[in-house]
Design a protein around this ligand. Sequence first.
Ligand code: XMP
Length: 513
Amino acid sequence: PVLVVDFGAQYAQLIARRVREANVYSEIVPSTLSVEEITAKQPSAVILSGGPSSVYAPDAPAVDPALFDTGVPVFGICYGFQAMAQALGGRVDRTGVREYGATELSVADGGGRLLADLPDTLGVWMSHGDSVAQAPPGFSVTATSPGAPIAAFEDTDRKLAGVQYHPEVVHSEHGQEVLRRFLHDVAGLPGDWTSAEILTEQVAAIRERIGDKKVICGLSGGVDSAVAAALVHRAVGDQLTCVFVDHGLLRAGEREQVERDYVAATGIKLVTVDARERFLDALAGVTDPETKRKIIGREFIRVFEQAAADVSQSEGGVEFLVQGTLYPDVVESGGGTGTATIKSHHNVGGLPDDLTFALVEPLRTLFKDEVRALGAELGLPSAIVGRQPFPGPGLGIRIIGAVDAERLEVLRAADAIVREELTAAGLDQDIWQCPVVLLADVRSVGVQGDGRTYGHPIVLRPVSSEDAMTADWSRLPYDLLARISNRITGEVTEVNRVVLDITSKPPGTIEWE
Ligand code: XMP
């Protein structure tokens, strides 16, 4: 793999993704690894990421110069560029000139291998205080910027290069091309890591792991569990049984999508548990959001455990459980350092640790967009692989107030209209998601026909986001909003008002509860 050494900034994941976009497999490792530990991983190249430190800070993570004697190609970015310069005998100065955000890069000396034949000046994104003042011996300087006399250097004979700016961010022009050139042209990597390749590798690995044992998977209707299960099914066929819990908090058509479309596309063996009444009973009268979440999580575990026990009995013993854990979860929970714990809130309802199954996590090296590509490779319908995120607790946390069957029907009807109109407008791939929220304890006065109404508001919460950590409200076209509003108030009699949530995250979360 290409190892992305994480110096503690938020960029390592982005770099790892960009490397994969160049069809080269990458993994993130902490900067505390020794050169021996790095070489033990047999890297095809190493990328030193940006980081918040100054190379002069007392505890600044350094780069062991021995790394450059291993013959492994190395690319330094931002802090990694400076650490590389210092380790190789160049000079880094505290110039006092800070360069943050957009700046202009001037290509020098023909641009070398990385910048040749690109425009003479490039808009790039910088974030640094110190600057490289002298390149290490053997390196040629290939770019400068107003705040960095040396903004890029390379020694392509030794397969070493670096840039002061962030080629991985979209604001850096030709950034992906520069990364691609390092990987393909300088490091000489083939770029053959594709969905088809991942599929073949994973199927073999799963077969090896599971052998002739039985395996179970909980389907949520979301992308991750759907792809994980389809992958395992491709590997071991009917040794896999899937369990789908209908907790009654699903959106219109979701159960059918799993039971009909998903099964048709995969041929998977599916058990649906109808637990709608049980969840409604448990949620009766509960208004506090955290209490709702706890109840839904608890009931989910109980229902799933019972279903798993039943399946195990009918199948003559189940040893493995499939989970759709993704790479960001692994990295964020310290998995990059070899200690993997699963963040409970990422899993449907949060399955307990004491389940008596061994975990199979075929997606734990993949990012979300790669999971979608793999799903397409597996032949899953686009309605499933293109699905927007939907919270495990479902509509239960989109009714502000107590949850009951009537309120769920109202919300379901409004939500279906919103999804239909967003799809018809061709916008569902442009927004991250659009929660539709029923303010069940709020009423307002309206007029419909000739009569006074006293109904409930529906809130639209369309957001755009990269990763759900931060989000902005989506500027949906007014005519689309008007159509949605007219349809909801016209078709859902209990609703007489539609409002738009124009709060970014932070301060507002995406969901209302
Ligand atoms: P918030 O509301 O925290 O949501 O801004 C961030 C993202 O996470 C989703 N979400 C959940 N997903 N189980 C899930 O699987 C949950 O309990 C849960 N709560 C929120 C939310 O839809 C958004 O995409």
